[in-house]
Design a protein around this ligand. Sequence first.
Ligand SMILES: [Fe+2]
Length: 106
Amino acid sequence: MFKLPDLPFSHDALEPLMSRTTLETHHGKHHAAYVKNMNGILTDIANAPKTLEEVVALSVKENNKKLFNNAAQTWNHAFFWESLSPSPQEPEGALKAALEKSVRLG
Ligand SMILES: [Fe+2]
């Protein structure tokens, strides 16, 4: 059984770039629904995987599109939250170089 992870910041922490409503919708509605649906599907699978990545892999292996959609969207939303920060940060290394090159070519 998977649980909806907490956001790593408050729902209004990204304002004004991303609104409280947006985070409440994508976390409290979308992400929560994908987790709930995935858990429902997994109750019908004997020896269901224990990690989200294993669930995604199983869904592909068994061509279970409903499981894949819910598991992959669960993963996508979790990855998205962990990719954001309320503290502005400068890109570094190869990403920074690629961005600077792109701007120069712009
Ligand atoms: Fe969403």
